[in-house]
Design a protein. Structure first.
Lengths: 147, 146
């Protein structure tokens, strides 16, 4: 689980280190926040076999990508999600077990980044290692602004 | 847009107010962080009108989030615009919204702290989105300790 710890640690550090640059960008009013929702991941860090070279290399790609975003001062934060969960539905509040929706549409994790506009955010998303996989998808959504 | 500002402002305040409580709970390792993912519902902050129903609904969200804040279990959250793009697979094909069936679209999220998944589900049951036949997905954030 060393890689997992490294990855989570990296996210935490990079997030902290970018808070100041983010605050500055926000004051300039030149960037907006976007959320990346990751779907279609088959190497989840919760269940991955860390003895495999391919898995290690793939996780390293994620670490490198996030470090790169942080160095550019555009990474705001993120978390991987556990593969399990529940869903509460409708007025009767029916609770169902996971998989909550068709497995391939489950959200595996998210990142929040700063970008100039939606197109800029999409270009950033294209660097995501998840897109080295045929079924990988990154949903790019602008966060609601206050004004 | 006054209500929207109030909602966002409330969220910001409540988040700050709970950071210390969250840090303390985390040190005791008795709680976990959960992500509540909101889908469905038809009154979105981005397109809500000034009708009494819409404003009442938004107020019920504010009240709910304030309640979570007072209990010290709200970590943060954000609303999403109803637009966006999706980047798909090895060829990185970019498609416009809606990416998935509209009723399955993610409209926003909150982070809360709870003892376990069952407690998180009970907290989620208080969400006003159920007045509008919405859904709340409850997912535990992966910890670094294990």
């Amino acid at each position: 689980m060393k890689s997992l710890k490294t990855l989570v640690f990296t996210v935490a550090i990079m997030t902290m280190s970018t808070i100041s640059s983010y605050a500055q960008l926000k004051v300039d009013g030149k960037t907006e926040k976007f959320i990346f929702l990751f779907r279609g991941e088959d190497t989840h860090i919760q269940t991955a076999n860390y003895d495999l070279k391919e898995v290690k290399e793939y996780i390293q790609l994620w670490i490198n990508w996030q470090q790169g975003l942080a160095e550019k001062g555009i990474l705001v934060g993120g978390d991987p999600l556990q593969t399990t969960g529940k869903q509460v539905t409708g007025k009767s509040k029916v609770v169902t077990d996971g998989p909550l929706i068709v497995a391939k549409e489950t959200v595996d994790g998210y990142l929040i980044v700063n970008a100039k506009d939606l197109n800029d955010a999409v270009e950033i998303a294209k660097g995501c290692p998840l897109l080295t996989k045929e079924k990988g998808k990154v949903e790019v959504r602008p966060l609601q602004k206050q004004n | 847009m006054k209500n929207l500002k109030t909602a966002v402002f409330t969220l910001a305040i409540m988040t700050i107010a709970t950071i210390s409580a969250y840090a303390q709970s985390k040190a005791e390792s008795k709680t976990e962080k959960f992500m509540l993912i909101f889908r469905g519902g038809y009154t979105h902050l981005q397109n809500a009108n000034d009708s009494k129903e819409a404003q009442g609904y938004i107020q019920s969200w504010i009240t709910w989030m304030q309640g979570l804040g007072h209990k010290g279990i709200l970590v943060g959250g954000e609303n999403l615009y109803r637009t966006g793009k999706q980047v798909n697979g090895k060829n990185k094909v970019v498609t416009d919204a809606p990416f998935i069936v509209a009723k399955e679209m993610v409209n926003g999220h909150l982070f809360i702290i709870a003892k376990d998944i069952n407690e998180a589900v009970e907290i989620a049951k208080g969400c006003p989105i159920f007045q509008e036949s919405g859904k709340v997905e409850v997912r535990q954030v992966l910890k670094s300790e294990n």
